[in-house]
Design a protein around this ligand. Structure first.
Ligand SMILES: *[C@@H]1O[C@H](CO)[C@@H](O)[C@H](O)[C@H]1NC(C)=O
Ligand SMILES: *[C@@H]1O[C@H](CO)[C@@H](O)[C@H](O)[C@H]1NC(C)=O
Ligand SMILES: *[C@@H]1O[C@H](CO)[C@@H](O)[C@H](O)[C@H]1NC(C)=O
Ligand SMILES: *[C@@H]1O[C@H](CO)[C@@H](O)[C@H](O)[C@H]1NC(C)=O
Ligand SMILES: *[C@@H]1O[C@H](CO)[C@@H](O)[C@H](O)[C@H]1NC(C)=O
Ligand SMILES: *[C@@H]1O[C@H](CO)[C@@H](O)[C@H](O)[C@H]1NC(C)=O
Length: 548
């Protein structure tokens, strides 16, 4: 009797816990090669459930996401949730430094929570140059009910997954890089895997009702080129970028560097006909353009042939960056409580200067950060560290915080460790002639300044210490520097990479290892029991849970 009562009680408690838990969103993905014709000629692409872009992930802040991925291609596979912070949980970050890849013919289920974030993000396949072949898609996170959003509900939402595109397969492109060559210029640009002719023969990608306002979610998931995005006859009201509600400035066009996402509103307040949305390359010797038709309901008038011109030069882009400001009065989930409101008043405990460099030694192209060109070991860095055998796989801190000699490049796993909760300033300095774009997993940071020339401590006087946008990608213009500030309050092993596929593939990436000082479960989760184990760790006993 007493036992039955206890069981009933247990059941009630269990039910209560289930109710109290945040909702779950489930996805099943079948990843295959398939034929698509983004530039008019059939070619092989990486598809998810027969689609490119892949199916969107759609959720609200704090939802639990479960994605069961079936790998039906002939290569190992991993997905990264670009910009999703995965608090305490680098176990699900989908980079080769954190997870064992999903082998062909097998499936693996990602489980993670989208904690205290809102906004427009994307996911992509991280191994090799797979992203150049497709496999990416949108990831949108709505505000929880009751948390006000600083603009009225739009009539509808439209994705614009834009990017440069190659007609050669990712394996051919990888072959070029492996043999020391560059992958060269892309063959075109695509919008949601398509490029309209713009001669009146195209089907509309989206149809708007006159007078209504629509929300556009724009992400550049391409391989190397910055793109300018604009729409004939319409302006864009920026409302959010990479998780932050911005001051709602109005733009004719937006420069979207590789890996970046923007959310903008457009109002269908023009003559009810068809219009062309344009994504075109910036800062390149070649001009590649993609078009998509945005129609008004009932329209029978084709779009005007003339496209709105793209802006010219670097200065325009730098000025546009400077106009992006955080809306300090908009309420929203703020994932970084310590650094959120008064980041300008926190004392910097460490300054790390990161310089990219290139080497062509022995006819082989390699890219590096502070002289180290990252190579992924067979055993993921995070797993080796957790098993207590990290030193068999990598050495911490091969690079220094203040590099002086970049003439030599070492190929090795590039792991820098940082003290949990330290407030750190990172300066990216680019001495090369090409634009760089970096992403840091696990965090959002304040992008406080971007200027031509070289950085020195006196430049701190020019930092925006009030309303810089909190985000997770940063572009660095040629012969320029960019500065970010952040609190390392998310324990884990986090990838920082060049979003340029060629640079990333050839070593321009690294990992930050941040360990919980007290090995506390409040700071980081233990190795999930479902985690795949690979490399030489397969032969070792799984350690008892490290965090308590
Ligand atoms: C995935 O797609 C392939 C090719 O269309 C098909 O053969 C396979 O059965 C699918 N697998 C799953 C799990 O749906
Ligand atoms: C997307 O998610 C939001 C928030 O959870 C929900 O209200 C909406 O119905 C979802 N839309 C689709 C198309 O699944
Ligand atoms: C593989 O998919 C099956 C069927 O959906 C599921 O039951 C199983 O848990 C998945 N395996 C992994 C390792 O995620
Ligand atoms: C910022 O957000 C507030 C609160 O939602 C809103 O009223 C205001 O219009 C926004 N300000 C700007 C400049 O976008
Ligand atoms: C920051 O450093 C200054 C000067 O060393 C010191 O006076 C101040 O108390 C510090 N502020 C905080 C918040 O630690
Ligand atoms: C970083 O790694 C070095 C070498 O293993 C170690 O001595 C140091 O304590 C670590 N620092 C932090 C902050 O974890």
């Amino acid at each position: 009797m007493a036992r039955a009562l206890v069981s009933v009680l247990m059941l009630c408690i269990l039910a209560a816990t289930v109710i109290a838990e945040d909702p779950y969103v489930y996805y099943t993905w079948n990843v295959t090669y398939g034929s698509i014709s983004p530039l008019g000629v059939p070619q092989q692409a990486l598809l998810i459930n027969n689609q490119f872009p892949g199916p969107e992930i759609n959720c609200s802040s704090n939802n639990n996401i479960v994605v069961n991925v079936f790998n039906n291609i002939d290569e190992p596979l991993l997905f990264n949730w670009h910009g999703i912070q995965l608090r305490k949980n680098s176990w699900q970050d989908g980079t080769p430094g954190t997870m064992c890849p999903i082998q062909p013919g097998t499936n693996f289920t990602y489980k993670f929570q989208v904690k205290d974030q809102i906004g427009t993000y994307f996911y992509f396949p991280t191994i090799g140059l797979q992203r150049a072949a497709g496999g990416s898609g949108g990831f949108r996170v709505f505000s929880r009910l009751l948390i006000p959003v600083p603009y009225p509900d739009p009539e509808d939402e439209y994705w614009f997954i834009i990017g440069d595109w190659y007609t050669k397969s990712h394996k051919t492109l990888q072959g070029f890089l492996d043999s020391g060559r560059s992958i060269g210029r892309p063959d075109g640009v695509v919008i949601n895997g398509l490029n309209a002719k713009g001669d009146g023969s195209d089907k509309a990608m989206y149809t708007m009702k006159a007078g209504k306002t629509y929300k556009l979610r724009i992400c550049n998931t391409g391989t190397k080129d910055s793109l300018n995005f604009r729409i004939q006859g319409h302006s864009l009201t920026l409302v959010e970028t990479e998780g932050s509600h911005t001051v709602q400035n109005v733009y004719d066009s937006l420069d979207v560097h590789v890996g970046q996402c923007f959310t903008a509103l457009i109002t269908a307040d023009q003559e009810p006909k068809d219009y062309i949305a344009v994504a075109s390359t910036r800062f390149t010797k070649y001009d590649l353009t993609a078009k998509a038709i945005l129609s008004y309901e009932g329209s029978t008038t084709p779009p005007a042939a003339e496209l709105p011109p793209a802006p010219v030069g670097w200065a325009w882009s730098l000025n546009q960056f400077r106009s992006f400001r955080w809306n300090l009065t908009a309420s929203a989930a703020r994932p970084n409580p310590q650094g959120s409101y008064h980041y300008g008043q926190i004392n910097i405990t460490r300054t790390i200067k990161l310089l990219n460099s290139v080497s062509r030694e022995g006819g082989k192209l390699r890219y590096a950060i502070n002289g180290v060109s990252h190579a992924d070991p067979d055993t993921p860095l995070k797993l080796a560290e957790y098993y207590g055998v990290g030193s068999k796989v990598f050495e911490y801190n091969l690079i220094s915080d203040n590099p002086t000699d970049l003439s030599k490049i070492t190929v090795a796993p590039n792991v820098l460790n940082a003290t949990f909760r330290d407030f750190i300033e990172i300066i990216f300095e680019n001495h090369e002639k090409s634009i760089q774009s970096y992403n840091l997993d696990g965090y959002s940071f304040f992008l406080v300044a971007m200027e031509p020339g070289k950085w020195d401590p006196s430049k701190r006087q020019n930092y925006n210490l009030l309303d810089a946008v909190s985000r997770h990608t940063v572009q660095v213009f040629p012969k320029s520097w960019s500065a970010i500030m952040l609190t390392f309050d998310n324990a884990g092993m986090w990838n920082m990479r060049s979003e340029n596929g060629e640079n990333r593939y050839l070593g321009q990436q690294m990992y930050f290892s941040v360990l919980s000082p007290g090995k506390s479960l409040r700071d980081e989760y233990n190795l999930p029991i479902t985690q795949q184990i690979c490399g030489f760790l397969k032969d070792l006993p799984v350690p008892a849970p490290v965090y308590t």
